[in-house]
Design a protein around this ligand. Structure first.
Ligand SMILES: [Zn+2]
Length: 484
């Protein structure tokens, strides 16, 4: 957000002196602020409309017990903030990515991925308190206001103050909730969050212990254990550096050290939480992708790495092969050949066109020359009849002159597309968080061996349970496992 800095002084002066007649002083931070385009009422309006987009993009995690628990903790940490005008609302997003963010108007979100990483009620409270800090300090309102100024320029500011124009203008800043805060804003939210956390009776050290877990989790992700979209992780919205761990630990010393942690209560509340991709998102098991909600599956060749993205599944291989799978509306065309040629290829023409039958479904294929990262490839398309006015589609890139073995592998992937039987739908299930008590004979290795992540079992177990290398279990304590 450095882009705003050169603009800021002159725009600030213009707005404060000539248009609105004054900046406001923030009751939480004591600083004067540039929030010219957003009154508290507008914050509520922007929050409500952005909230719809977020729910559409991620979906809410459908578990009333977890939702109520998060709201209860959220209310506890926000009841004594400096902005009693704000109605705080808390939501759990159905996303495996570890993230939390806030919108103007009091909307605070945590992902189920973040809930699976936290180890106590106090750590969850710390995350919610930090987000509340962004709201009371009006960081997101500032981002929106700055975004509007940058988009429109100062010349049209007075026009933008008319409410319908302002709303239109605010639309230009959509998705700003996903952009990152400045380091100064992060530190300020940490400081405010620590105060709210301690006022609510929680142990303030939990802020730094959760930041420590976030840092270890990012190391785990860099090991490639999870196919996550890093662009929307906690680190992209809240640039968390290791010095935040140190800084919040030192700052916690200013507060009562004896607050609640509530580890056991927290673990019992997240018991059974979905981990990783859900049935609604489809999930990867080995070289297969299963979508048990939509009822289909397919396999990719050995050596291909599957990545589940929101609108498509991608598999890539070191030999240059690429497979992209998605579902697309048939646009009123029932025949797969006609769909492929006239809708998908828009009449551009393909070579090697033919009809196929794939596990009883009518399909069509054709190829054309293309390029991937500047390298010439043959792109083969396959459209397969599916349900509800949709085609299942494969796009496959075959590098260079074509490699007979790779072509055979990709053909096998195509022919593996199938509807899942009732028995398969019951057998393939998303992972869940399971809470177990360590017995006297248990150790890290024995519990970690029950995870499904192979070589990464121990590292994953240690990260999820905040056990640094070398730390052992305490018999009788509860720990998180990931199981099917
Ligand atoms: Zn933050």
């Amino acid at each position: 957000m450095d882009v705003f800095k050169p603009l800021f002084p002159c725009v600030l002066a213009l707005v404060c002196i000539t248009v609105l007649g004054g900046c406001s002083t923030n009751p939480a931070t004591g600083e004067s602020q540039f929030t010219a385009l957003m009154s508290p009422a507008q914050e509520v309006q922007v929050g409500a409309s952005e909230h719809q987009k977020i729910v559409q993009q991620f979906g809410l995690y459908n578990n009333q017990r977890v939702a109520s628990y998060v709201s209860e903790i959220g209310r506890r940490v926000t009841q004594n903030t400096e902005r009693p005008d704000v109605q705080y609302k808390f939501f759990v997003l159905d996303s495996p990515i570890v993230n939390a963010f806030a919108l103007p108007g009091g909307y605070i979100y945590v992902s189920r991925g973040l809930l699976a990483l936290a180890n106590s009620e106090a750590e969850l409270a710390a995350v919610l308190a930090h987000e509340a800090g962004h709201i009371t300090a009006r960081h997101s309102a500032e981002r929106y206001s700055h975004g509007v100024v940058t988009s429109l320029g100062a010349a049209v500011l007075s026009a933008a103050l008319d409410s319908s124009a302002a709303n239109q203008a605010l639309g230009l800043g959509s998705n700003l909730y996903m952009s990152s805060y400045s380091r100064g804003q992060e530190n300020q939210a940490d400081t405010l969050g620590l105060r709210y956390l301690s006022n609510a009776g929680y142990n303030p050290v939990s802020m730094s212990s959760f930041l420590q877990s976030l840092s270890r989790h990012s190391q785990l992700e860099s090991q490639g254990s999870e196919n996550r979209n890093q662009a929307s992780s906690y680190f992209s919205t809240h640039p968390a550096t290791d010095d935040r761990v140190q800084k919040t630990r030192a700052e916690a010393g200013q507060f009562r050290p004896d607050g609640e942690i509530n580890r056991e209560a927290y673990l019992q509340n997240i018991s059974g939480l979905t981990y990783g991709d859900s049935a609604k998102q489809g999930f990867i098991r080995g070289q297969s992708f299963y979508h048990t909600d939509l009822g289909f599956g397919f396999d990719v060749p050995p050596g291909f790495r599957l990545i589940n993205q929101p609108s498509q599944v991608v598999a890539t291989s070191s030999n240059g092969g690429v497979i992209v799978f998605d579902l697309a509306p048939s646009q009123g065309v029932a025949d797969p050949g006609q769909y492929l040629q006239s809708v998908w290829m828009k009449g551009e023409g393909v070579s090697g066109f033919e009809y196929l039958t794939i596990n009883g479904r009518k399909a069509a294929t054709g190829a054309f020359p293309g390029s991937v990262n500047g390298q010439p490839v043959t792109i083969r398309l396959v459209a397969i009849e599916w349900q509800n006015g949709q085609f299942a589609r494969f796009q496959m890139a075959i590098p260079g002159q074509g490699n007979a073995a790779l072509v055979e592998q990709l053909k096998a992937a195509t022919y593996s597309f199938r509807a899942l039987s009732t028995e398969e739908k019951a057998r393939y299930r998303p992972y869940r968080v399971q809470i177990v008590k360590a017995g006297a004979g248990d150790n890290v290795q024995s519990l970690a061996s029950r995870l499904p992540f192979g070589d990464l079992n121990e590292m994953t177990f240690r990260v999820l349970n905040a056990l640094p290398a070398g730390a052992g279990l305490t018999a009788g304590n509860s720990y998180k496992l990931i199981t099917e």
